[in-house]
Write a protein that binds this ligand. Structure first.
Ligand SMILES: CC(C)(COP(=O)(O)OP(=O)(O)OC[C@H]1O[C@@H](n2cnc3c(N)ncnc32)[C@H](O)[C@@H]1OP(=O)(O)O)[C@@H](O)C(=O)NCCC(=O)NCCS
Length: 146
């Protein structure tokens, strides 16, 4: 099943690419503002006929030195449950290692699918001294040493 999708790092300076991510963001995370797509690194997931069906981003951490932050991931509803989120975590982890980073961080809020994916990819929960999620009572904070 997983073989019919491929993930490619993309150049968000290309307006066609950024518009594709914005469109996918609108259908997967319509409540949230689109983050700055020119910061960090971004990937698109394509299905077997070349349609973009998922996206994810990796930012350098604002808070921790030599670390990255998994920002946003979304998969079109029809294609969920194929392990794509976990594949997108692994792709970003590989990039972070190539960049020589020591840690990856993320947070989830009332999102069991994302929490399961992070746990399956070896992330552990922790309590930051200064929680950063505005909904921090419900937030779970995750990190992985690379
Ligand atoms: C969260 C999201 C990216 C998951 O994408 P996905 O490709 O379906 O995820 P995966 O197939 O890798 O599955 C991840 C885990 O979700 C869990 N999962 C899948 N469907 C689930 C469901 N309906 N309820 C609870 N958990 C579920 C599974 O435990 C799975 O892990 P496992 O296979 O190791 O058990 C997707 O649901 C989505 O786009 N949601 C809307 C946007 C969003 O919430 N983004 C994340 C925050 S930025």
């Amino acid at each position: 099943m997983t073989g019919k999708f491929f993930i490619r790092e993309v150049d968000t300076a290309d307006s066609e690419i950024s518009e594709t991510i914005e469109k996918l963001h609108r259908i997967t995370l319509r409540e949230d503002e689109v983050p700055d797509l020119l910061r960090g690194h971004w990937w698109l997931v394509y299905n077997g006929v070349g349609q973009a069906v998922g996206y994810c981003g990796l930012y350098p951490s604002y808070r921790y030195a030599n670390a990255g932050y998994l920002i946003r991931a979304g998969v079109a509803a029809k294609h969920r449950g194929n392990g794509l989120q976990k594949r997108m975590i692994r792709v970003r982890e590989a990039k972070a290692r190539r960049l020589g980073w020591d840690w990856l961080f993320s947070d989830t809020c009332e999102n069991p699918a994302s929490a399961n994916s992070l746990a399956a990819c070896g992330f552990r929960m922790f309590e930051p001294k200064l929680p950063w999620n505005s909904n921090h009572k419900l937030a779970l904070y995750w990190r992985k040493r690379l």
